[in-house]
Design a protein around this ligand. Structure first.
Ligand SMILES: Cc1ncc(C[n+]2csc(CCOP(=O)(O)OP(=O)(O)O)c2C)c(N)n1
Ligand SMILES: [Mg+2]
Length: 789
């Protein structure tokens, strides 16, 4: 390409800026001291442990300096997402050069002593991680686990019409499932109300030790692939800095103008067709400008450049020499003055103030976060004149509340609901009374609830839903992910990364708190009537509780009023991951709204109306957690009240699972005294639990009465069967709970033995009945809580 976007003088300065960023990157990976090479490089100037990733870094430095130019030229609001986040030296170095780093960390000053500290802290004990970690200003994407850069970028620009997320996608990263499908996000972007994503596929040819697929297919195949995903790819290819600068600058001008044209056409002229957004393919050598040959092997332009190209200067004197030559090749004396400051004519290439990508407030979303306008959740209460009143399905009740959250915040445009095609199926249909699913692809006459702009985002990729939501939250908005319980496992690993991000940022005072990531897991294990075994897995919460107690919360509201109270709390909370598990099928309701609010505030408590141990020590504690276990427990209690009337029973319900943990482990944890008061120190506890039983043991193993806690939960028994049979197959049903009590409480004596026999007969009758009629026994279907009657 022969164009003249850059004057020779500007090209020269931009190249110098790039050299400065490269110099800082190599310095971070290698240098312990002597940051300006004022004296010959000695072994003592080099870190003992050489950690970091060089390969991706010069390419990202190149991109950054060019983005700086277009930010200034077009006065852009831009953030930088580093897909190959292992290029940490690039983002740290660039935010240092633009001045943000020293503003956030004044000790890392823009002088020689600051440079020394900048180099030393990188990948060093007590310092900073090697990735685009939360410590780095401007980052909302650590990029440690590859695959989520594009979905984070799209999440960031939804409802941010003036924002452009420049997203560097690693060509290795592009092989991951989440990234491969993230290209489709362009079918969900509204050019009027959303911003733009500029993907820059970093085609440096290699991963850690392999070539990348996209670098080893024909150029035509690659172009067709990207076009097939709906993008217009612009190729910037080569290795000679001069022509590459010119090509990148010209291409960036083209794509920025293209983005503006698309937005203008949609915003001003009302163009309705889905635009074909531009993107860039940057084909440049891995480890560009680094050592060419080391120990007789080519490094630059190969996979060998991935990490630390000169790995052992201590035992290889020639490595030390090569390192010095490498550093000097950037001519630091032309870039920094005597005091170690970037020369003014270079410093002025960076944008100013908030336009600097390290200082853009969207990348510290808590700054922009506004409270949601919330309806009063009490207004959606189900009328519960007495426990056991009929309910329409808890999530359907919640739907009305969420509808009004969406409605009330429509103007603020800061609330979205994400899900993989399940918003209707999870019972949240009320949302579509006020909003739609945002969809920018073609529509057909029989489609429902699709519109160019809407508060609901649905793509059949849990990865996209999670990634979009994370990007949305990290840039200061609110949201909810509704998902089938079994398939939320697909994003186990993404949840990990987000929880880690929250943990680290909660200890960085300059990072403001963001809205919590709320999971609503409906369509849960116990009611997969038409889906069966594959859809039964309540194990996500086992995974969630591995994470730092300070950032995770798990709620299992037993009925609709509790669900409303819990969700109101979650939507108002900050900097947590909240997991809420709820049912969608008609089910009995237990608590009035007033009682639900009290119960959910406590998180755990004795249900006095269901207990008969007032004033005496209980013979058994019937504990329950989750809607179906609560139902079965209450049914078991009513059986015992009839057949074992002398038995003193205490019913304890758990909404907030973290209450079970010791207070030393989780801020919600009950004190030992409170726990012992509820669960006693010596009475059998029959615990009916929504998920895998081991989790309750894990949470309570230090409690005084742990030896007496007998947990029933899901044990991988299931198929397509009746709702009650699901509990029978897993021995969580009312009959098993009663039989368990008889076994554990000797006081039940002969009456207990006879009752147990009857219940076993009942289970046989149940099996026979469902196999004949295909539905549960009438006495099960029609069962109602009647207390002692
Ligand atoms: C999901 C995931 N799998 C594996 C890794 C380990 N890993 C780190 S870097 C890398 C290669 C990345 O290659 P690419 O995306 O092309 O980045 P670049 O060439 O720019 O370094 C791999 C496999 C990872 N970080 N994340
Ligand atoms: Mg690569």
């Amino acid at each position: 390409m022969k164009t003249h976007t850059l004057s020779p003088e500007l090209l020269h300065r931009m190249d110098a800026y790039w050299r400065a960023a490269n110099y800082l990157s190599v310095g971070q990976i290698y240098l312990y001291d002597n940051p300006l090479l004022k004296r010959p490089l000695a072994l003592a100037d080099v870190k003992h442990m050489l950690l970091g990733h060089w390969g991706t870094t010069p390419g990202q430095n190149f991109i950054y300096v060019h983005l700086n130019r277009v930010i200034k030229k077009y006065d852009l609001q831009m953030i930088y997402i580093s897909g190959p986040g292992h290029g940490g030296p690039a983002v740290v170095g660039n935010t240092y050069l633009e001045g943000t780093y020293s503003e956030v960390y004044p000790d890392i000053s823009q002088d020689e002593s600051g440079l020394r500290k900048l180099f030393l802290q990188f990948s060093f004990p007590g310092g900073i991680p090697s990735h685009a970690s939360p410590e780095c200003p401007g980052s909302i994407h650590e990029g440690g686990e590859l695959g989520y850069s594009l979905s984070h970028s799209f999440g960031a620009v939804f409802d941010n019409p003036d924002l452009i997320a420049a997203c560097v996608v690693g060509d290795g990263e592009a092989e991951t499932g989440p990234l491969a499908t993230a290209w489709h996000s362009n079918k969900f972007l509204n050019p009027v109300t959303d911003g733009a994503v500029l993907p820059i596929l970093h085609l440096n040819g290699y991963k850690i030790s392999n070539p990348t697929i996209l670098a080893r297919i024909t150029r035509e195949e690659l172009e067709q692939l990207l076009r097939g995903y709906g993008w217009t790819p612009y190729f910037v290819e080569g290795r000679e800095p001069g022509p590459m600068h010119e090509a990148m600058a010209a291409t960036l001008d083209t794509v920025v103008e293209e983005i503006r044209r698309i937005q203008q056409e949609a915003r001003v002229h009302g163009a309705a067709a889905r635009p074909r957004w531009p993107m860039i393919v940057l084909n440049s050598p891995k480890g560009w400008t680094g050592p060419k040959i080391v120990d007789g092997l080519q490094v630059e332009g190969t996979f060998r450049a991935h990490q630390v190209p000169l790995s052992d200067p201590a035992t290889h004197p020639e490595h030390l020499k090569l390192l010095e030559e490498w550093l000097k090749s950037y001519r630091p004396e032309e870039l920094f003055d005597e005091q170690g400051r970037l020369k003014p004519d270079l410093a002025e290439l960076a944008p100013r103030g908030d336009r600097r990508m390290g200082a853009n407030p969207h990348a510290n979303g808590g700054i922009l976060l506004r409270d949601l306008r919330m309806p009063d959740f009490r207004d959606y209460a189900i009328d519960v004149p007495s426990p056991g009143a009929p309910g329409m399905g808890d999530t359907h009740v919640l739907g009305g509340f969420l509808r009004d959250v969406a409605r009330l915040n429509d103007e603020q445009r800061n609330f979205r609901i994400f899900g993989p095609d399940e918003t209707l199926s999870n019972g949240l249909e009320a949302l579509f009374e006020v909003t739609a699913r945002q969809w920018d692809a073609a529509t057909m006459p029989n489609d429902e609830f699709l519109a160019p702009a809407g508060r609901v985002m649905e793509m059949l990729s849990e990865h996209q839903c999670e990634g979009w939501l994370e990007g949305y939250l990290l840039t200061g908005r609110h949201g909810l992910f509704n998902c089938y319980e079994a398939f939320i496992h697909i994003v186990d690993s993404m949840f990990n990364q987000h929880a880690k991000w929250l943990k680290v940022t909660s200890h960085l005072p300059w990072r403001r708190k963001i809205a919590s990531l709320n999971y609503l897991l409906a369509s849960h294990v116990w009611r997969q009537d038409h889906n069966g075994f594959t859809h039964q897995d309540p194990g996500f919460i086992d995974h969630v509780v591995n994470k730092k107690a300070e950032v995770v919360r798990v709620y299992l509201p037993p009925d609709a009023n509790c669900l409303l109270s819990v969700m109101d709390h979650c939507l108002r909370s900050r900097h947590y991951v909240n997991v809420v598990i709820a049912g969608k099928h008609p089910a009995p309701q237990w608590l009035t709204m007033e009682a639900a609010v009290a119960h959910c505030s406590e998180g755990i408590g004795i249900w006095q109306w269901a207990s008969n141990d007032q004033g005496v020590a209980p013979d058994v504690v019937m504990a329950c957690c989750g809607d179906v276990p609560t139902l079965e427990t209450l049914a078991a209690v009513s059986l015992m009240r009839v057949h074992l009337p002398d038995l003193k029973i205490r019913v304890v319900n758990v909404v907030d699972l973290m209450k079970l943990q010791p207070r030393t482990e989780h801020p919600h944890g009950l004190s030992d005294t409170d726990f012992d008061e509820l669960f006693t120190t010596d009475t059998p506890v029959i615990f009916a639990f929504h998920a895998y039983p081991w989790l309750i043991h894990r949470l309570t193993y230090r409690r005084t009465n742990h030896d007496n806690i007998h947990v029933r939960g899901y044990k991988e028994e299931g198929t397509i069967t009746t709702p009650f049979d699901m509990t029978v197959l897993n021995e969580l049903d009312r009959f098993h709970l009663v039989m368990d009590t008889i076994d554990r409480v000797p006081r039940t004596g002969d009456t207990g033995v006879y009752l147990k026999q009857q219940l076993q007969d009942k289970l046989i009758e149940h099996r026979h009945y469902i196999n004949t009629h295909g539905e549960d026994l009438p006495e099960i279907r029609n069962w109602k809580w009647g207390g002692s009657t």
